[in-house]
Design a protein around this ligand. Structure first.
Ligand SMILES: Cc1cc2nc3c(=O)[nH]c(=O)nc-3n(C[C@H](O)[C@H](O)[C@H](O)COP(=O)(O)OP(=O)(O)OC[C@H]3O[C@@H](n4cnc5c(N)ncnc54)[C@H](O)[C@@H]3O)c2cc1C
Length: 396
């Protein structure tokens, strides 16, 4: 039976990155991925901040750069937010994931493709897994397991980690577009009839392409119905006059920060650990950032031969110190958003449609740390307090 220092389950961005970081420090790493191909099926809109590439040290898989957003209210009031420099990139998710996993393989990791981890347990201080590949079962052991296996993670389930507080449902499509529209802008649509509990997006992937999609809160299951509605939206129709749907994109997103992500010989990273931004549903940046902390702590623990929960707890502490406050605030802001009716949203848009406020958002808006802007926006637009005065005040 093959024994690894570390088994990483899931070769998404989080798993590929953790495997690469540990492999390049000389650890014997086994990376297990149930699909035969990395990065597919695609379950993502592919919008990431530039920080993602700073973490990875390269800029692979970039299709387009984004400088601003047009945010649409339910009645189609538009907040036009723009910046002079790129704020985000649109990626080809399959190429992006592949480049991360190639790094892992180059640093010496064993990549097991088409290999579904079916069983995970702890026995005599070691981790035991059983994979199933083309119907054949094989067992492996390791000193440490890192669950980067997304929502529904077998690693999280096997060790009784808590379920996410909330799960969003997503539905979208990769489109071929024959109309000219400004490819430096994303369109965001909010409203309870458009995407209840979240928002919809139109993201240009470059000349001739766009991703249209939305997420809804978990109790609004019929996301396809909302997607069909979105296709008939006036602004969508004017941008995508002659649109052809190439492929559909579906998936679910766990929301709700949690600190409970380690136990003896076990770590969770990425979606399996709910490391997702509550306001945007983006998980790539947080998964990579947290993956860096996880790999550092794992390396120390393996070196000192102490993979106890106590020793691994440093990992969630580092994540918490870095992004804990932001995630807590963002989750609270999300709760306020969930309480808004469409008429409140319209009123909010009227307040925000002020040149100074929009220019502030354009300059200081940050898709990874959106809550940081709350205080400055409220200073310029104090009338927003009326929607959730005490909660908002507690955030600033
Ligand atoms: C509709 C939609 C739009 C999104 N848009 C964005 C966006 O624009 N920007 C952004 O940052 N994020 C976005 N996200 C979120 C983003 O896709 C995730 O946060 C990100 O993929 C998480 O990375 P991960 O590595 O943790 O998990 P994943 O990417 O989910 O990777 C987990 C991997 O584990 C594998 N796996 C699972 N179980 C097993 C098993 N038992 N054995 C072996 N392998 C297994 C899976 O096959 C998968 O490859 C979106 C999500 C959805 C659903």
């Amino acid at each position: 039976m093959k024994h690894y220092d570390v088994i990483v389950v899931g070769a998404g961005p989080a798993g590929g990155h953790v495997a690469h970081l540990l492999g390049s420090q000389g650890f014997d790493v086994g990376l297990f991925e149930e699909h035969n191909e990395i990065g597919r099926p695609i379950q993502c809109a592919g919008l990431v901040s530039l920080r993602v590439f700073d973490i990875l040290g390269n800029k692979k898989g970039v299709l387009n750069e984004i400088k601003g957003a047009k945010v649409h209210s339910p009645s189609d009031q538009i907040l036009d937010i723009h910046s002079n420099s790129p704020k985000a990139c649109v990626i080809d998710r399959a190429e992006f994931d592949n480049s991360i996993v190639i790094n892992a393989v180059d640093s010496g990791c064993d990549l097991h493709l088409g290999s579904k981890v079916k069983e995970v347990k702890r026995k005599n201080g070691k981790i035991h897994i059983q994979e199933s590949k083309k119907g054949k079962k094989e067992d492996f052991t390791a000193n440490l397991i890192v669950g980067c296996d997304g929502l529904g993670s077998i690693v999280a389930r096997s060790f009784g980690f808590p379920k996410p507080k909330e799960v969003l449902s997503g539905f979208g499509a990769e489109c071929i577009v024959n109309t000219d529209f400004d490819i430096e802008y994303v369109d965001i649509f909010v409203g309870n009839k458009i995407a209840p509990g979240f928002f919809a997006w139109l993201i240009p992937t470059g000349e001739g392409g766009a991703r249209l999609g939305l997420c809804t809160a978990h109790d609004k299951k019929n996301t396809r119905h909302y997607f069909e509605n979105l296709l008939t939206h006036k602004a969508v129709r004017s941008r995508l006059k002659d649109v052809k749907i190439e492929t559909y994109i579906t998936g679910a997103i766990p929301i709700g920060p949690t600190k409970n992500i380690v136990s003896d010989g076990v770590m969770l990273v990425g979606d399996s650990a709910c490391q997702v931004k509550p306001l945007s549903g983006g998980g790539i940046y947080l998964g990579l950032l947290s993956g860096g902390y996880a790999a550092n702590v794992a390396a120390g623990a393996l070196e000192y031969e102490d993979v106890s929960e106590k020793s691994l707890r440093k990992y969630p502490q580092l994540v918490q110190a870095d992004v804990g406050k932001e995630l807590k605030r963002a989750f609270q802001l999300r709760k306020i958003y969930l309480g808004l009716k469409d008429k409140h949203i319209e009123e909010g848009f009227k307040i925000l449609a002020d040149k100074k406020v929009l220019s502030l958002i354009g300059k200081r808006g940050d898709i990874d740390y959106p809550s940081g802007l709350t205080k400055a926006v409220l200073k310029k637009a104090p009338r927003l307090m009326k929607f959730a005065g005490p909660v908002l005040k507690s955030l600033i």
